[in-house]
Design a protein around this ligand. Structure first.
Ligand code: FAD
Ligand code: FES
Length: 288
């Protein structure tokens, strides 16, 4: 059991959780994740460790509510306990001193980008973070990224904050005006990582991406997370989640992510119905 110490709303449908997990906090490295179960009926939710404090024995998770399990997690309060938090899982991000690293992050991808930006900076690189969100109210962790990186460029799809446009436009401008970064690390929605990788391939910039396929056991046993990298099958939970962006079959990843859409929709609808009827019973009891 792992206690939730804080649950703070960061943006529409995005919450930041501080969770007691001393052993994970002591061992985790940038790029690693945990698998959380809320209760004994809950599915396993893979979540990147956005930050950790080994002295306090805590890890930070930043979670977007996109379906049943993440919506249920958003209802938890400080003092509530998660049934289990397993980790740290996955291979840490390969960090070395290369010169200038552009960390490109979109949407909830800013949370996993944060420890990676910190680690590249600690290794002596100049880190330029390019953060994208659909709109200003969906942008998260700007202050944390400003502390982690040497420079932060924000853009929004609707132009409500920072430069108007997509992270790929900002990256393209950066390359044209200031020259190629030595490495790019991209994390966010799969189409975003795909187009960043297509762009950097044109310029021959080494590019790592952090993939988020469906995961179940997180130990390399079930095959749920398989992805195709340079024509070879890899299990993202143990051999990733980071891979060479120029070798990833992004279209297959998108297809596989949508595999359980119908079951996910039904699970979410059932969950919302259950919440509504519980609310109804509570209101009826109050009026007695
Ligand atoms: C290594 C890794 C790190 C991740 N880190 C974060 C993070 O830091 N913050 C965050 O908000 N999200 C993160 N995710 C995504 C998160 O795990 C899913 O959003 C979550 O499992 C959705 O569950 P749900 O029941 O709420 O939604 P569902 O309705 O079940 O699913 C909504 C969508 O989420 C994806 N998804 C569903 N189940 C899984 C699963 N078991 N594994 C992976 N994806 C799934 C699918 O694309 C699906 O279409 C990460 C995923 C991976 C693989
Ligand atoms: S999640 Fe089962 S093999 Fe990766």
């Amino acid at each position: 059991m792992n206690e939730i110490l804080e649950n703070v709303v960061l943006a529409d449908s995005v919450n930041r959780y501080l969770v007691a997990a001393p052993k994970i906090a002591a061992r985790r490295k940038a790029g690693q994740f945990v698998i959380v179960r809320i209760d004994e009926f809950g599915e396993r939710i893979p979540l990147t460790i956005a930050d950790a404090d080994p002295e306090q024995g805590t890890i930070t998770l930043v979670v977007q509510a996109v379906g049943k399990s993440t919506a249920q997690m958003a209802t938890l309060k400080p003092g509530d306990r998660l049934l289990d938090v397993v980790g740290p899982l996955g291979a840490p991000t390969h960090i070395e001193r290369v010169g200038t690293v552009a960390v490109v992050a979109g949407g909830i991808g800013i949370a996993p980008a944060h420890p990676v930006a910190q680690a590249f900076k600690q290794a002596g690189n100049t880190v330029i973070a390019i953060l994208g969100a659909r709109s200003k109210n969906l942008l998260i962790m700007e202050d944390e990224m400003r502390r982690a990186a040497d420079e932060v460029i924000v853009c929004t799809d609707d132009g409500s904050y920072g430069c108007p446009g997509l992270v790929t436009h900002v990256l393209n401008d950066l390359i044209d005006t200031r020259g190629k970064p030595d490495q790019v690390f991209a994390v966010g929605p799969v189409p975003m990582m795909k187009y960043v990788s297509l762009l950097t391939r044109e310029y021959g910039i080494p590019t790592m991406v952090s993939l988020n396929p469906i995961m179940m056991d997180g130990t390399g046993m079930c095959g749920g997370c398989r992805v195709t990298i340079g024509g070879h099958t890899k299990f993202a939970c143990v051999e990733g989640p980071d891979f060479d962006g120029h070798l990833v079959d992004f279209d297959e990843l998108m297809q596989r992510q949508a595999f359980y859409k119908e079951q996910e929709r039904v699970a979410y609808e059932r969950y919302v119905q259950r919440c509504r009827s519980q609310e109804h019973i509570a209101q009826a009891n109050q009026s007695l």
